[in-house]
Design a protein around this ligand. Sequence first.
Ligand SMILES: [Zn+2]
Length: 399
Amino acid sequence: MRKKRILRILSVLMVLVMIFSAVPMMALAEDEDDDGTVNIDDMTEEEQRAYLKELEAQIQTYRDNANEQAKYAKALQEEIQILDKQISQVEKEIVDLNAQINAAKLKLDTAQTNLEKATADKVAYQKQLEERMVAMYMYGDNGYLEVLFGSESFSDFISRATAISAIIAYDNEIARRLRDTENLIDAQRALIEEQELALEEMMVQLKAKESDLEDQMQIKNDAVTQVAALKDYWVAQADSLKDEAYELRKILAEKNSSGDFANNYTTFLWPTPGYYTITDYYGWRICPFHGYEWHYGIDIGAPRNAKIIAPANGKILRASWYGEYGNCIIVDLGRDENGNTYKCLCAHLNSYAVDVGDVVMQGETIGYVGTTGNSTGYHLHFEIIINGDNVNPLEWLTK
Ligand SMILES: [Zn+2]
């Protein structure tokens, strides 16, 4: 018990050490207020960018920590499963052993009953024998001798002597057999008692083993709880910085009129998470409305009101009806370092989640799938426009 408590205290201490040793020192002392909080508004744009990078790196570290704990929790769970199996096995052994002990007890009861019966038989036989002798010869206290001396002739004497010796022999034989039976049962009973003791000793050992396994299980379960708490801690840490990073990106995006939204401009996110079926590709096609025509985007099959997300950071240029496009959103995705401009267009929406002028972050919901405008069913028509020209979105999107 004491050992277990010490182990628990140790593991709690370990957790605390892990938490405090891993908390980073943000290298932003020059922009800290008197209360120690970082004030983004006091920074130059350059500093804001540097801070954003640092935040992103820190978020990654926190997520790595959380993943580490998740891995540890998984390993612990596996160990717990093994222990659980071992405990089940021991419990089964205990049930088996209990059955054996009960069987031995039953045998012991039977042996005891048999022994009592054998003893009673012996006593009864001896009594019966004495009564028979008295009834046959009606002799007094002097027993066999008086029977012999009462002989009327030599032949009578011989016949009485023969009868007496036969009776004595018979008496001895029966008494011996009864005594043997009694001894045999007694020996059996001793043997069973010995077996029962051995079984009970095994039971004590098994129960100790079970208790030991349960202690181990308890320690592992405690560890799982602590690891889960630690994981939650890291996730919460990452989340707290995520909001700050998000705000910072918005500030930077709004500040920057050149349209630099800090995108990587190599890949964009798939606009309809969970729905990846292309019902119509980019390029020449037979259109139900216009016959043979160039298709400026891709059509992605998705149910009514499926989420449409911003494929990258940007600003909403349009969120309104746009002729054959129906309800349409156009997002300005900014400018890469070589000055190329990027936009995307989402058509046939059921409804909008943003307004014109809104700055949106990559992954943020901007609208919902519909079938407005020239459309024959629920789907998203999606275009990517670089320097004013449409490109094949499939060459840019990543799932
Ligand atoms: Zn289309």
